[in-house]
Design a protein around this ligand. Sequence first.
Ligand SMILES: *Cc1c(COP(=O)(O)O)cnc(C)c1O
Length: 359
Amino acid sequence: MRVTDRKQRAELMHAVEAVFRHGRLVLGPEVEKLEKQVAKRCDRKYAVAVNSGTDALFLALKSIDIGQGDEVITTAMSWIATANAIALTGATPIFADINEDLNIDPDSITPLITSKTKAILLVHFTGKICRMSEIMKIAQKHRLIVIEDAAQAFDACHHGQKAGSFGFIACFSMNPMKIFAACGEAGMVVTDENDVYERLLSLRYNGTVNRVECIEPSLNARMDTLQAAILLKRLRSVGRIAERRRKIASMYNTGLSECVDVPVESKGCRDVYYSYTLRTKHRDALKNFLEQKGIETKIWHPLLMPEHAAYRKKARGKYPKAKHIVKQILSIPNHEKLQDRDVRYIVESIRGFFKGKKS
Ligand SMILES: *Cc1c(COP(=O)(O)O)cnc(C)c1O
């Protein structure tokens, strides 16, 4: 697939040219502009642009002093970057269970809390916001800091409140697969806290102040100006992309709810469908069947985070539902460029598979 259509390509090339002209290739003016616009878009005071979602998570944890001896409760089901960010600070990830909605189950959090627990790092998986009011209550009661991994949920809403505006800090990824996508690696941290903001600015450039003196060891995580210039252009179409994906999801829901468990949108929610993930106990057979029909599907992610080799031996937590559900999930095509006829073909194919079968 081509990266962009012709008109969009011309627009992006124009933005790239402008960066070449002024020549400030890292943290240039477009980066600052992007930070302002992203902060505004998700109702936050501050945004700090970094060079990946993984860096965003790692620096966010560092900025609130998470480290050796601390425990951070997270979900069992996410891309491994979530657990890695915790582990790399020296803290221990503790894996909570998920619900039918594939997000962290608030009820599974409390039993995992110990005197060492410092934070909850939740993930708005598939572009659906977690059950935030319950999670915030638990966090308040136990004095835990809430961090949102909103990498898959840019522009998602819950009763008008934006993903990334619930926690103390929130992190986004703008890698090319995400809904708000750069043409390379990019990420963002947002917060309302001035202290955290100042610390993030330092952490993103080797822990330096005034770019001269290092006050704490860190990495270089600055955003390329080229990516910021591209993201500024693309920010304008994020809303449209999310709407198209929501339309595709509703077509799928209508056509497929008799055969599989379709993603359910809670009242007052605007899910953005980073993936459209259905559930069926015939997952593997369905996947093979669709492949033969020329329909690409994906299992995001076949391994729970605690089941990766890096964590398997000493993973802590409790996630029986996640272990069961991960064998049933399948993401079917939901890119905004799909035509209605493509969606209908996919629906018909899946219905064909289930004809005469009891789901
Ligand atoms: C994509 C993603 C990340 C990592 O972002 P990168 O920009 O690829 O480093 C982290 N968490 C989740 C849930 C993601 O989907």
